[in-house]
Write a protein that binds this ligand. Structure first.
Ligand SMILES: Nc1ncnc2c1ncn2[C@@H]1O[C@H](COP(=O)(O)OP(=O)(O)OP(=O)(O)O)[C@@H](O)[C@H]1O
Ligand SMILES: [Mg+2]
Length: 246
């Protein structure tokens, strides 16, 4: 369970989040939509305690992330897998070494690491790529390797920031299928931040639209086509999902 209660955040006096509240229930995948610069990445950074709100609180289960000690935060972060915007793998490390990092941090022994890495790469359809360097892979493969790294320690929570950006539509859809598969297989609770409504409609259970620091829309996916909020309609229209009105 992840819960935001009236979270405010400003940078240099400019408010980015203006009192946002929402709850993500266990097993749920929520998509956060919104135009560039509306605070999507800022929002998810609050979940991990990478940013602290000026006002309001953020809970993960019964832990108040905004007040947690470093030790509690570190323990909590280990239960998360995240694919950050631009999903950086270390270029100087092989796929195997990239995936081994979070496991070494957790003190997993060699054998357990190898098994987890094999499993994660199989899950994302990259079995046998252990010895490749990121530069030897396509953009889609790198995204999948980034997702493999996010799941390798079997997280309870997954956070994806723009998992399909910069990919061709076919590869993007393969990533969608992968996220859907992982959601069903791993039973994780998750958040995906995206501009891509098609991806959100396919993968998420619920859609939250951020607009000017506020939650403009918070609906189950199956209500998407009934939603009348103009900013949300604009998203549908831009995705080509709405008949043009003449
Ligand atoms: N550490 C920071 N210091 C100052 N300003 C910041 C910081 N982080 C974010 N901002 C500002 O907060 C606003 C929201 O940023 P954020 O990265 O959350 O946008 P976003 O919705 O993720 O956009 P995009 O879709 O382009 O990724 C932006 O105006 C950004 O410049
Ligand atoms: Mg962002």
């Amino acid at each position: 369970m992840i819960r935001f209660e009236g979270v405010w955040k400003s940078f240099e006096g400019r408010p980015v989040l203006k009192g946002i509240s929402f709850t993500i229930t266990p097993g749920e995948m929520v998509a956060i939509l919104g135009k560039s610069g509306t605070g999507k990445t800022v929002t998810i950074k609050h979940i991990l305690g990478l940013l602290r709100p000026d006002r309001g609180r953020v809970f993960v289960e019964d832990v108040d992330v905004t007040r947690a000690s470093r030790r509690t935060l570190n323990a909590l972060r280990r239960r998360f897998g995240y694919v950050f915007q631009g999903a950086a793998l270390f270029d100087s490390l092989t796929v195997y070494e990239n995936l081994a990092l979070p496991l070494k941090e957790r003190g997993w022994p060699r054998e357990k690491r190898d098994e987890a890495i094999r499993w994660a790469l199989e899950m994302v359809g990259l079995g046998g790529t252990e010895d490749l360097y990121p530069a030897e892979m396509s953009g889609g493969m790198r995204k999948r390797a980034g997702i493999a790294r996010a799941i390798v320690a079997r997280p309870d929570y997954l956070i994806y920031d723009e998992p399909t950006s910069g990919l061709d539509p076919v590869t993007a859809d393969r990533i969608n299928d992968l996220m859907l598969y992982l959601k069903e297989q791993l039973d994780v609770t998750g958040v995906m931040v995206t501009h891509d409504l098609v991806s959100a409609l396919k993968v998420a259970d619920r859609l939250i639209l951020l607009e000017e620091g506020e939650i403009a829309v918070d609906i189950p996916v199956d209500r998407a086509f009934e939603e009348s909020h103009p900013a949300f309609r604009a998203f549908l229209k831009a995705a080509g999902l709405l008949e043009r009105q003449t």
